[in-house]
Design a protein around this ligand. Structure first.
Ligand code: AQP
Length: 331
């Protein structure tokens, strides 16, 4: 069975964008692959976080992973900072990565623009991502379009490291392939369809959090921007806001966009938005029930403890190979 790895940052409560673009695919992949999924708390501190909120969001994300359908019997679920190998390997990777390669990363450029002071961690973020991937010998990494550049960096690093240090016939590091979801939708902000929906958006009207209650969801959908056209149509280029709402509608109901357009073409935004809000509420209510059962449970703690043990076991093996390749420490 091939291995896959992916993580989500606890930099807020996951949005339905995180669900549609990442979590739902993780659930579909768990039967076919040896899966490692993690809570990327080390990545989240590249920008300032509040201590108490971060601690809460780590457990919220863990419970949400399970509430949306990840099965702890099938996947290893762990908290990144509980596996020290991630930072150790990241240091070795940084020492073999030209700064120019990191400065070219578009996500770095975007995030750096929004900070008064740019920390070294923000620049080095992709090297921690390289570490996340290589430590688990991941053959495939589920990535959205925005992460392709980071995966390319990983593939380049693996080539460089293997060429320089692998002994004849040795698989030192595994070179990962991207796993692009068939219906890999990118969900946009409800207030600005040119901007990706983000859990750390300072305007909460821009996103639907996976823990928003029914009334909040209804209000946010009601206030979502649309356009001045009279009919409902799927035209992402010219009518991105409506296309975004149709994509969300289709994702939470499984109804095709064509069928939705045929149903709502002439119905006006009021009915369309009302039905969309109810569809989201119907879909999210059982997720909330499972979330609340899990959130304060001993079971959640046990799942994370077992996940950390398994992840440490696997990651430490790769770390040892890397240290031996570089001649660090003692044999
Ligand atoms: N709007 C989105 N549509 C589709 N997929 C999305 N993802 C994020 N936003 C959308 C996917 O979710 C996964 C985890 O993301 P992350 O938390 O590690 O980082 P991110 O992409 O930076 O997510 P956010 O919500 O925008 O977080 P903040 O606000 O902290 O920057 C990834 O697979 C991503 O593609």
């Amino acid at each position: 069975m091939e291995t896959i790895i992916s993580g989500i940052q606890p930099s807020g409560i996951p949005t339905i964008g995180n669900y549609i673009g990442a979590m739902q695919h993780f659930v579909n992949l768990q039967d076919e692959y040896d899966c490692y999924f993690f809570i990327a708390d080390l990545h989240s501190i590249t920008v300032p976080q509040k201590k108490a909120e971060l601690r809460k969001q780590i457990l919220d994300l863990a419970a949400l992973y399970l509430a949306v359908g990840l099965d702890p019997e099938k996947v290893k679920l762990f908290i990144q900072s509980e596996v020290p190998a991630h930072c150790e390997a990241a240091w070795m990777i940084q020492c073999a990565t030209p700064i120019g390669e990191l400065e070219r990363m578009t996500q770095y450029k975007d995030k750096a623009q929004k900070q008064d002071t740019v920390n070294a961690g923000l620049l080095n973020y992709p090297t921690l991502m390289v570490s996340d991937i290589i430590l688990y010998d991941a053959a495939k990494v589920p990535v959205g379009a925005d992460q392709k550049q980071h995966l390319e960096l990983t593939r380049n690093f693996v080539d460089r490291f293997n060429n320089k240090y692998a002994q004849k016939g040795q698989t030192l590091l595994v070179k990962p392939e991207p796993l692009i979801a068939k219906n890999g939708a990118r969900i946009m902000s409800l207030q600005d369809p040119t901007k990706k929906m983000s859990k750390s958006d300072s305007n909460p009207k821009g996103f639907i959090s996976m823990l928003d209650d029914a009334d909040t969801i209804r209000k946010k959908i009601r206030s979502a921007v649309t356009d001045s056209e009279a009919t409902i149509a799927y035209d992402p280029e010219n009518r991105p806001a409506v296309a975004n709402l149709l994509t969300i509608f289709s994702s939470v109901t499984g109804i095709s966009i064509e069928t939705l357009v045929a149903t709502y073409e002439e119905s006006g935004y009021g009915t369309f938005k009302n039905d969309l809000a109810e569809a989201i509420v119907d879909w999210i209510t059982p997720i909330h029930e499972r979330f609340h059962q899990l959130r304060e449970s001993e079971e959640l703690q046990e799942i994370l403890t077992v996940g950390a043990i398994e992840a440490n076991k696997k990651a430490n093996k790769t770390l040892r190979r890397m240290k031996n390749a570089l001649g660090l420490g003692r044999k």
